[in-house]
Ligand binder design. Structure first.
Ligand SMILES: CC(C)(COP(=O)(O)OP(=O)(O)OC[C@H]1O[C@@H](n2cnc3c(N)ncnc32)[C@H](O)[C@@H]1OP(=O)(O)O)[C@@H](O)C(=O)NCCC(=O)NCCS
Length: 343
């Protein structure tokens, strides 16, 4: 059975920086740099311009990942696309990306399968587990695994939505997951979900139980209420559950392979809130130097956080061949997961 390893990483964030101060001056949100930094560690985020879709960000990150993997794009045998802000409700963004990558072009069109994953902040790890399983089954040799979001179009950038909209940013990270006979790669993963907490962090956008599924005004036009349009979050509940689940899934996954926290060279945690990650780090007694964060610069890019972290850590030399990496995520659902990789 082959092993699955990450053969190439890539990322792309839109050029427009929005600082915490600009949320106050440009968007007139009643917040402050001090409030946001103190509670979350976030200093700025990137916002895509109107006209830019999730698959556009993913395309640029994919090109970098494929280049770094040293393969031809036509060697990709499957696309897995994790996002909660897809280009459209359907079809999935993986289909848009496949076409933009040119995989449908000419006589050598590959028409590879494209799978969208809807597991929010845990989406990349659910995708990694899927890619790992597909590769270990022998079905495919190279999977393009994407985590990408355009949040800025679908968060409430007013004071009404400040508890959510000040946290999120746009960006894409992509990895190529490849088969290898070498003794390296994804060693173990665990995933989990607790649907009892679905309402703690959700965006309803539509309610398919209703007839019609969104309210209509007197002229018969769709009428979207703010509580349907934008995400809603119980921040304190999310914080508490994130700490508990991230610690337990990390310790369980290490225990499954008879390893301890000391064996891990680099911890890459979902970038939802720097304070959550620091709290866990202190609870576990792990040295701060073993963590790499970028939430200060990008905010929470949901499915994008882990692949962007991987790509930046590789680019700046924090992540080197032979290192043992522990990835831990938590998000809406609630969903969570951990993966151990020998890089
Ligand atoms: C979001 C979070 C920073 C809020 O911190 P908190 O201390 O729990 O704050 P609360 O939501 O209880 O709100 C406290 C007050 O701050 C206000 N507030 C919320 N967001 C604010 C903001 N961006 N700026 C200023 N004030 C804000 C609230 O309106 C509330 O005011 P009130 O007391 O007058 O009603 C924190 O709960 C958190 O980080 N939770 C986890 C979120 C997360 O990780 N989500 C993604 C998971 S994938």
């Amino acid at each position: 059975m082959p092993n699955a390893y990450i053969s190439g990483t890539g990322y792309y964030v839109p050029p427009r920086r929005v600082t915490n101060d600009e949320l106050v001056t440009e968007y007139r949100i009643d917040t402050s740099n001090e409030w946001i930094v103190q509670r979350t560690g976030i200093e700025e985020r990137r916002f895509a311009d109107a006209g830019v879709s999730c698959s556009d960000l993913a395309l640029k990150a994919s090109e970098m990942a494929i280049r770094n993997a040293g393969i031809d794009k036509k060697a990709i045998e499957m696309i897995i696309f994790a996002t909660l802000s897809p280009d459209q409700h359907f079809p999935g963004s993986g289909c848009f990306l496949q076409e933009k990558l040119g995989l449908c072009d000419g006589d050598s069109a590959t028409f590879v399968p494209a799978l969208d994953i809807r597991n929010q902040c845990s989406g990349f790890l659910y995708g990694l587990a899927t890619a790992d399983s597909m590769i270990k089954s022998g079905a495919v040799k190279h999977v393009l695994l994407v985590g990408a979001e355009v949040h800025s179009a679908a968060i409430d950038l007013t004071t009404r939505g400040r508890n959510v909209s000040t946290l999120f940013g746009d960006g894409a990270g992509v990895v190529v997951v490849s088969a290898t006979d070498a003794d390296r790669g994804v060693r173990r993963w665990n995933l989990g979900a607790d649907g009892r907490n679905a309402d703690k962090l959700h965006m309803r956008i539509w309610d398919i139980s209703k007839r019609p599924y969104i309210p209509l005004d007197e002229s018969g036009n769709g009428c979207m209420l703010p509580e349907m349009m934008y995400p809603n979050m119980n921040g304190k509940a999310v914080f508490k559950h994130a700490v508990e689940r991230m610690i337990s899934v990390l310790l369980k996954t290490l225990g499954d392979v008879n390893q301890s926290l000391n064996d891990v060279d680099l911890f890459l945690f979902h970038q939802a809130n720097l304070r959550i990650n620091q709290f866990i780090q202190q609870q576990l007694g792990v040295p701060e130097e073993k963590f790499f964060h970028n939430i200060q610069r990008y905010g929470n890019t949901t499915a994008g956080t882990i692949p962007i972290l991987l790509a930046e850590a590789e680019e700046n030399g924090r992540l080197k061949p032979g290192m043992k990496v522990a990835i831990v995520v938590f998000g809406s659902g609630f969903t969570w997961g951990c993966a151990l990789i020998d890089w």
